[in-house]
Design a protein around this ligand. Structure first.
Ligand code: M6R
Length: 602
């Protein structure tokens, strides 16, 4: 949610900021802005909407010589996406950018207003810059004023502040929202994730919660509430090539096509002939674990639900799954011997991160399944299995979901072996199926073409029901979420057997049922459920290896030998269906309205 960049040095600042924000635009794209201080002179620009508007607005602006600069791309939390609410926010002589939520902002705002401060925006962020200037009027130094400001803030934030009172300095603080510092000689960069600084900085430091400080004259001065902190940087990767579209119309499309190859990366070195190994986990990591609790949001929650079937079926270990935002406030019972598993593509989802912190506080061992190394969730967890999907840019998650489901299937098999829950022959069957997964994910021209043609019949209606049973129920939820996110059509995922308990009342020819009908799992059961809907005139799109007479439309999948292979094949069908419907409706596939790739607010 929201992206931040910052730079101190003599290079052209506008380009560094705009290029950096481009990389972060998936985090929010309601508005964007930059501020630069050069030769003690402050300049700023803001624009509503996509970054291209800001680019246009800054066409004639160029920087020259040493200076400090900050930029921001916004996903609105407090106040509408207007230019006044866009960051950077201005005081009398300072600018601030912020990602997160200042929970006590209304109290701070009242206090400042009582002291005569006039607010221009409706944001929580603006309180930071006014607080700073108020303290700076009496503080021993601007840094003291910044420190006092940070001490007053409650909530999650990553923030950068520049001021004419210290024109060669960037002040920074992080608590609960991501931020890192990149270094290349005396050039210093800040960013919400590493993509904006790849190819620019050589080394990186990922700030910890509670750290703050300032950067000046090529040096970082780092503190936490106990005093001075040592910066230990690490080398920054240099590969950004994966993030380009490579001829596809959309990142989402490219990411759907990539699923077959990234799946091999997910398995490499882990899926062996006689079982699954995770060298990244300490030996004995699972010792004493008697149950598993999974916590996640959105698509990651859906892969967690899939895992609950697999873990109980294969590893015979009790497993419960929770939506992180619900879990946090339900006063959950956290029993010892429970492994707390978080799943997150970004590793920065605020609700999931906070749930993880709660579980840790309760003394539970934690494991994260994540796509972004060094992300907050990864750093907070006792053990980590990276999904290795590569950078996912489309806001609607595809390959991240596929690799999560794969890792969780692998984890189930790993635990099954540790717990001697499956016969060697059954383990061998699972391994063989895993190795066939990349094939199940190949997108043929024929399939894509067929979904393109068929999509024109699904642009209206009063709703979609994606239905499935067992692991195909979470897949139905995920199919419906994909369609909602990028088509803005109403869609629900439902357990097929539950339709007759209420939702079937909605059935008529304008209700589209997308039926996931695998041959390897409960085929006859789901067939009856679909027949019930067809009898009530619902329009049926059946996805199955088995031709189905009552289907109005039919996508034939390959006869697969294993439910997970059917799962992955049907997943691709639902993803492409959502994509093609969205394209026909003229929507922005990669940056759908109101969403952000990384949800770092609760
Ligand atoms: O980064 P995370 O996996 O923790 O994100 C969780 C959800 O915000 C995310 O899956 C969201 O639902 C996606 N837009 C789904 O396409």
């Amino acid at each position: 949610m929201c992206g931040i960049v910052g730079y101190i040095g003599a290079k052209e600042k506008k380009e560094i900021l705009l290029d950096g924000l481009q990389e972060l635009e998936y985090r929010g794209y309601d508005s964007a802005g930059i501020a630069v201080i050069e030769a003690e002179h402050l300049n700023h620009f803001k624009a509503v909407g996509k970054l291209s508007n800001l680019r246009e607005k800054t066409k004639e602006f160029h920087t020259d010589g040493f200076g400090v600069s900050i930029g921001h791309t916004r996903w609105a939390t407090h106040g509408k996406p207007t230019e006044l609410n866009a960051h950077p926010h201005l005081g009398q002589y300072s600018y601030v950018v912020h990602n997160g939520i200042i929970e006590n902002y209304s109290e701070l705002k009242k206090e400042l207003q009582a002291n005569g401060v006039a607010f221009l925006s409706q944001t929580d962020t603006e309180t930071i810059v006014h607080l700073f200037e108020r303290y700076n009027a009496v503080a021993a130094s601007p840094f003291d004023a910044f420190k006092q400001t940070i001490e007053r803030l409650h909530g999650a934030y990553a923030t950068l502040l520049i001021t004419e009172a210290a024109p060669e300095t960037i002040f920074f603080a992080k608590n609960g929202s991501p931020m890192l510092i990149g270094l290349d000689g005396s050039d210093i960069y800040f960013a919400s994730s590493d993509t904006p600084i790849i190819g620019k900085a050589k080394e990186v430091y990922y700030l910890e919660d509670g750290e703050f400080g300032y950067a000046k004259e090529g040096k970082i001065h780092l503190f936490d509430r106990n005093g001075v902190r040592q910066i230990v940087t690490r080398a920054l990767a240099s590969d950004k090539a994966m993030a380009q579209k490579e001829g596809y119309r959309f990142f989402m499309e490219k990411e759907i096509y990539e699923q077959s190859s990234v799946m091999s990366d997910t398995m490499i070195g882990r899926v062996k002939e006689d079982g699954v190994v995770f060298e990244e986990l300490d030996e004995g990591f699972f010792d004493g674990i008697e149950q598993i609790k999974i916590c996640a949001c959105g698509t990651s929650y859906h892969s967690g639900l899939t895992a609950s079937y697999l873990l109980e079926r294969l590893a015979k270990i009790p497993c419960s799954v929770e939506i992180a935002s619900e879990f946090r406030y339900k006063e959950p019972l956290l029993l010892p011997n429970t492994l707390f598993v978080t799943i997150s593509q970004s590793g920065e989802t605020a609700d999931t991160l906070e749930a993880l912190k709660m579980a840790k506080k309760a003394g539970l061992k934690s494991l994260s399944i994540c796509n972004v190394d060094n992300s907050s969730i990864v750093r907070e967890s006792d053990g980590v299995i990276l999904t290795r999907a590569g950078i996912e840019k489309g806001v609607a998650s595809t390959k991240a979901f596929a690799t999560q489901a794969m890792v969780l299937w692998m984890l189930s098999l790993h635990l099954a072996k540790l717990r001697s829950a499956l016969s060697p022959q059954r383990v061998a069957e699972e391994i063989s199926a895993m190795l066939h997964t990349p094939k199940a994910l190949i997108v043929s021209d024929e399939l894509h073409g067929r979904l393109h043609r068929l999509s024109k019949r699904y642009l209206h209606g009063h709703g979609f029901f994606f239905i499935g049973r067992d692991i195909f129920f979470p897949l139905a939820l995920e199919g419906a979420l994909k369609l909602k996110e990028i088509s803005y059509l109403h869609a629900e995922g439902y357990p097929a057997g539950e339709m007759k308990h209420g939702p079937i009342a909605l059935a008529d020819s304008e209700l589209f049922t997308i039926a996931l009908m695998p041959k390897t799992l409960h085929y006859e059961k789901i067939k009856s459920n679909v027949e019930e809907l067809s009898a009530r005139d619902s329009t049926i799109l059946a996805i199955s290896p088995e031709p189905f007479d009552l289907a109005d439309d039919f996508i034939q999948t390959l006869s697969a030998a294993h439910p997970m292979l059917e799962f992955f094949e049907m997943m691709v069908v639902t993803q492409l269906l959502a994509l093609e419907i969205s394209v026909r409706l003229g929507n922005d596939v990669d940056m759908p309205r109101n969403l952000a790739k990384s949800v770092t607010v609760e």
